[in-house]
Design a protein around this ligand. Structure first.
Ligand code: B4P
Length: 196
């Protein structure tokens, strides 16, 4: 199984991804988590990524693409993977397409978690009080939502055109959302192809 988990910041991707990947016996790969661990270890990659993350901007594609290419080349990805938070730009979609084509594989589905913007901001402001993430201040949270709307939301139409998108209501309890994701993966695409 080769899955993407997409949705705006705070939609519940990180919350859902580990359990979802475990249900399919595949690794969950979250680019945000990898960047945060590199920041914590003060590696050169982490030093590069931190400034972008703290401003709510995306880390440059060449950095992110190289990191994901290396991770997908590891042995545990041979039988599948769940990518959480990647791709987020058109260039990242092109890189993932090339990586999959080179290994003669294809995506099985793209799960999109849908949550209203004010609910998203509320969740991330609450998380700020619990985890103290440097990108969870309200101005940066709102900037992250804008960046998602500008650069990532349009990509959903590309995957919809390929018949891969399963849109899931991301509101309600974590258990409710997980059940909807499972149901969606057993069903046909919920978004009609609209662009080619
Ligand atoms: P991420 O770590 O991916 O952060 P995110 O989009 O905010 O999602 P996250 O996983 O944290 O939120 P979740 O919905 O799980 O990215 C951080 C930064 O890294 C980016 O801004 C960017 O700078 C960089 N980056 C990452 N990938 C990149 C890429 N491909 N290219 C370039 N840059 C990249 O959870 C949010 C909160 O909601 C949690 O507190 C959770 O408890 C709560 N929640 C979850 N489900 C809920 C529910 N059903 N009800 C109520 N609350 C819920």
């Amino acid at each position: 199984m080769r899955l993407l988990l997409m949705g705006p910041p705070g939609a519940g991707k990180g919350t859902q991804s580990a359990a979802l990947a475990a249900r399919y016996g595949i690794p969950a790969i979250a680019t945000g988590d990898i960047f945060r661990s590199q920041v914590a270890e003060r590696t050169p990659l982490g030093v590069t990524a931190q400034g972008y993350m703290d401003r709510g901007e995306y880390v440059p594609d060449e950095v992110t693409n190289a990191m994901v290419a290396a991770r997908l080349g590891e042995a545990d990805c041979a039988r599948g993977f769940l990518l959480d938070g990647y791709p987020r730009t058109a260039e990242q979609v092109a890189e993932l397409d090339a990586l999959l084509a080179a290994s003669d594989h294809a995506l099985d589905a793209v799960v999109v978690l849908a949550v209203d913007t004010e609910e998203l901001v509320g969740r991330l402001v609450r998380r700020a009080g619990l985890e103290g993430r440097t990108d969870d201040t309200e101005p940066v949270i709102r900037r992250r939502q804008e960046v998602y709307a500008e650069q990532t939301a349009p990509l959903i139409a590309l995957y919809a055109a390929r018949g891969l998108v399963r849109e899931v209501d991301g509101t309600g309890t974590v258990v409710d959302v997980a059940a909807r994701v499972d149901a969606a993966l057993g069903a046909q695409s919920t978004i009609e192809a609209s662009v080619s």
